[in-house]
Design a protein around this ligand. Structure first.
Ligand code: EPU
Length: 427
C-alpha cells in the first residue's frame, strides 16, 4: 500500500489549479444512463472514484470512450443497457454506485444494486432513496445484499410528491434523475442544495429535462418522454479548493488557488476568516489565501449547504489545532466522522471527543509520526497536520485520498511542500 511521507515546516507559496468536482462528476456520469445518445463530460477529476464509475457504466453495457485512464474527458454512450446491475465488487469500493439506481429505474424500469453498507464515517443508509422510488411506483425488496427494484408490469415510474425526511445529497440526485423520465410531475421537498446538485440539474436540463427550483430546497420536475445527448463541463471541486486554502493558511503561506468557484466556498471562507486567515477574491475563479501570524480558535458546526461542509471538517480541525484557544467542532451530518482526531492526538494535538462534539485546544506543536488514513477527508486533515509537524509524518493507507484528490502530492510539491509518495505492496 502506498504511503505519503511529509517533512513539515514549509510555508506554501505559489499557485495551484483546482480539478473538477468528484461529487459532481459522479452523478453527471450516471445521468448518461438516461439517454441512448452520446454524452460528453469534461473536467472530470483524475481520481479513482471516477474510474470506478466508468467501469460500472461499462459493466451495464454503456460504451465509455476515453483515450487513457485516468482521463478528464469522457464520452459515454448508453445506447443500450444490457445489465441493470451494480455488482458488489464495484459498490464496495465506491458507495456512490447507488447513483445508478435512479437512472436505471427511469430508463429500463428494473435495477439490481448491491447495498452499499456502512463506511468508516457512519452507517450511511439509503432508505430515503428507496422510499422515494417506492412513492414513484417502484417495488423494492432487498435480498442477499442487493436492492432489487422494478416498476411493475414493465411500466414507467410516476411523478410523486416527496418530502425527504432528512436532507440527502445523493438521494436528491438519484430521485432527480428518476423523475426526469417519469410520467407526470415530481415535487421534491427538503432537497439538498449543494452546488453538485445544481450542476446535475444544469446537465439534465441540457439533456431536455424540465426542472425548476435549482438552488432551493423544492425541486419540481416534469417528466419527459425522452432525454438527449449533451456536452457538460463539471464545476470545480469546492472541497479540494477548501483543502488547499486550509493548506495555505495552516502553513502561514501565501497561496493562489485558481480554477475554483469562490461563490461555493462562502461558509468555509467565513469560518477560516474567523480564525484570522486572510482571503482575497482575485476574480470569479481565483482566490488568494494568506496565513495569520496568530490563528485564534473558533467554533464550527457542519451543516448541509450553504452551511460548513462536513467534507471540510477534518481540514478545519487541523487548522483549529494550530489556533490559540478553544474551538468546539460539532459534526451534525455523520455520526462517526472524528477518526482523524485520534491520529492528530498521536501527533500532539489536544482534542477531546464527546459524541458529535470535538473540543480542540491549541495551539499544539505537532511532531511527526506514522498515522493511518481512515477515509478520504480524514486523510486530507492528516496531510495538513503533517505539513506543520516537526520532522517526518508518514500517512498510511493513502488509497483513501486517491479516491478523491487529483495529483495531491504533485500539486502540494509545486507550491513548496516536502511530500512524497512511497509505493508499497501488501498491507
Ligand atoms: N441518510 C439517511 N438515509 C438515506 C440517505 C442519507 O439516513 O437514505 C443520512 C446519512 O446517513 C447522513 C445524512 O443523511 O447522516 C446525509 O447523507 P447524504 O445522503 O447527504 O450523503 P451522501 O449523499 O451519501 C454525499 C457526498 C459525501 C458528503 C455527503 C454530505 C457524494 C458522492 N458523496 O454523500 O461526500 O460527505 O454527501 O455532504 O456526493 C466525500 O466526498 O468524501 C464524501 C463522503
Amino acid at each position: 500500500m502506498d504511503k505519503f511521507v511529509i517533512k513539515g515546516g514549509k510555508a506554501l507559496h505559489g499557485s495551484v489549479a483546482i480539478s473538477g468536482a468528484k461529487n459532481s462528476a459522479l452523478p453527471v456520469m450516471a445521468a448518461a444512463l438516461l439517454t441512448t445518445e452520446e454524452v460528453s463530460v469534461h473536467n472530470i477529476p483524475k481520481v479513482r472514484d471516477l474510474i470506478t464509475m466508468s467501469k460500472l457504466l461499462a459493466f451495464m453495457g454503456a460504451k465509455v470512450s476515453i483515450a487513457e485512464l485516468p482521463a478528464s474527458d469522457y464520452v459515454i454512450e448508453a445506447s443500450m443497457v444490457s445489465d441493470a446491475v451494480a455488482p458488489y465488487e464495484l459498490v464496495k469500493t465506491m458507495r456512490a454506485s447507488i447513483l445508478t439506481l435512479g437512472p436505471l429505474m427511469a430508463r429500463v424500469g428494473v435495477a439490481r444494486v448491491s447495498l452499499p453498507g456502512g463506511c468508516a464515517i457512519g452507517a450511511r443508509p439509503v432508505d430515503l432513496h428507496l422510499a422515494a422510488l417506492e412513492k414513484m411506483g417502484a417495488e423494492i425488496t432487498t435480498s442477499h445484499g442487493y436492492i432489487e427494484a422494478k416498476v411493475p408490469n414493465g411500466g414507467k415510474l410516476k411523478g410523486a410528491h416527496i418530502v425527504f425526511e432528512k436532507i440527502t445529497v445523493t438521494g436528491t440526485e438519484n430521485i432527480l434523475m428518476a423523475a426526469a423520465l417519469a410520467k407526470g410531475e415530481t415535487i421534491l421537498e427538503n432537497s439538498a442544495r449543494e452546488p453538485e446538485v445544481t450542476d446535475l440539474v444544469a446537465m439534465l436540463r441540457k439533456m431536455g429535462a424540465q426542472i425548476e427550483g435549482d438552488g432551493t430546497a423544492t425541486l419540481r420536475i416534469r417528466g419527459v418522454e425522452k432525454l438527449y445527448g449533451t456536452e457538460h463541463t463539471v464545476i470545480p471541486d469546492r472541497i479540494e479548493a477548501g483543502t488547499f486554502l486550509a493548506a495555505g493558511a495552516i502553513t502561514d503561506g501565501d497561496l493562489t488557488v485558481t480554477n475554483c468557484a469562490p461563490e461555493d466556498l462562502g461558509a468555509v471562507i467565513a469560518k477560516m476568516q474567523g480564525t484570522g486567515v486572510r482571503f482575497d477574491e482575485i476574480d470569479k475563479t481565483t482566490l488568494r489565501v494568506r496565513g495569520a501570524k496568530r490563528l485564534v480558535g473558533s467554533d464550527m458546526t457542519t451543516e448541509e449547504y450553504p452551511g460548513f461542509a462536513t467534507d471540510m471538517q477534518a481540514q478545519y480541525m487541523a487548522l483549529a489545532t494550530q489556533a490559540e484557544g478553544t474551538s468546539v467542532i460539532t459534526e451534525t451530518i455523520f455520526e462517526n466522522r472524528f477518526l482523524h482526531a485520534s491520529e492528530m492526538v498521536r501527533m500532539g494535538a489536544n482534542i477531546s471527543i464527546d459524541g458529535r462534539r470535538a473540543v480542540v485546544r491549541g495551539p499544539a506543536q505537532f511532531s511527526g509520526t506514522t498515522v493511518q488514513a481512515s477515509d478520504l477527508r480524514a486523510s486530507a486533515g492528516l496531510v495538513l497536520a503533517g505539513l506543520v509537524a516537526n520532522g517526518e509524518t508518514i500517512i498510511d493507507r493513502v488509497y483513501h485520498i486517491d479516491r478523491g484528490y487529483e495529483g495531491i502530492v504533485e500539486k502540494l510539491r509545486s507550491v513548496g511542500a516536502d511530500i512524497e509518495r512511497v509505493h508499497g505492496s501488501g498491507s
